[in-house]
Design a protein around this ligand. Structure first.
Ligand SMILES: [Zn+2]
Length: 291
């Protein structure tokens, strides 16, 4: 159907109490698998790349491949740059054709985070329909997850969250609530639901100003995902699971077909495995049929 930015589709998701998966890809085989899953499920889709793959292929190549695929797919799709800490590179990716940009200045002071975020927001809004995501607080790696959840100072402060959204004009807001990147050490990681609920009420209670983003989707149990959606989580980032799927499927295929030497068959095996993983996420997030 179309190339879209994320804000409109995430406002609809927030209002409809479902969420949209934002799936990190590192190559075009994964890209095909993710798109196929969303088309099969008739789900809106957010494709993400982190900075490294966008530099590996080149941001223009990445954006061109995305647009070629997205323009012929019968669902709304956006291309999002994940966790970019460099304002200049955010601007370059916006110019190259990314439709959403995440400026992650969360490791800086509150004021510096606002200044950097606003610079990217002002640029992206000035050149067209590009939405911007920013983060407040620390979304840790899983090795620090427990420590971060137990240290309130590292999570997003609800009053500061409102001030941050108002002063930056940011489109999508990722508050740190205890979720983490990587594979959780426990089956039921501790997440600060109450904090997300407060932030949702303060930021989006009257009207949806900035849909809320949940980082660290991989490994969250379904009941946690459901509760986060109920409280206002609209976009779930899924990265680690797709990396594991790519590498494990490749390894297993080659191990089972050691003498074959047919890369196309490896690609097909990976694409199918990615599609299955993404279809499960779409079902869990409730976005099937919402395209
Ligand atoms: Zn993240």
């Amino acid at each position: 159907m179309s190339v879209e930015n994320a804000k409109g589709m995430l406002i609809k998701a927030t209002q409809g109490k479902y969420a949209i998966g934002a799936f990190n890809i590192t190559d075009f085989v994964q890209l095909e698998g993710v798109v196929e899953a969303a088309v099969n499920k008739k789900s809106p889709l957010i494709i993400q790349t982190s900075v490294e793959p966008s530099k590996f292929y080149g941001r223009k190549t990445m954006a061109a491949a995305f647009r070629a695929i997205a323009e012929s797919a019968p669902i709304p799709i956006c291309l999002h740059l994940d966790h970019c800490t460099d304002v200049d590179y955010c601007i370059k990716c916006a110019d190259a054709g990314y439709t959403n940009i995440m400026i992650d200045a969360s490791k800086y002071s509150f004021e510096e985070n606002i200044r950097m975020t606003k610079e990217v927001v002002d640029y992206c809004h000035s050149i067209g329909n590009i939405s911007v995501e920013a983060e407040l607080g620390t979304v840790s790696g899983v090795e620090d997850q427990i420590k971060v959840v137990e240290d309130e100072a590292q999570l997003a402060n609800p009053d500061q969250a409102v001030e941050f959204v108002e002063r930056t004009g940011v489109d999508l807001f990722a508050p740190a609530i205890g979720t983490a990147h990587g594979v959780y050490a426990t089956k039921d990681p501790k997440v600060d639901f109450e904090r997300l609920g407060k932030i949702a009420k303060l930021v989006n209670g009257q009207s949806v100003r900035a849909p809320l983003i949940i980082h660290g989707g991989t490994g969250l149990p379904p009941h946690t995902v459901a509760k986060l959606i109920e409280l206002g989580g609209a976009k779930f980032n899924v990265s680690t699971e797709l990396k594991y799927t790519l590498i494990d499927t490749t390894f297993d295929y080659i191990t089972a077909h050691r003498k074959e030497y047919n890369p196309g068959k490896i690609n097909t095996a990976v694409k199918n495995a990615i599609r299955e993983a993404v279809e499960k996420w779409i079902d869990m997030l409730g976005s099937a049929g919402k395209a």
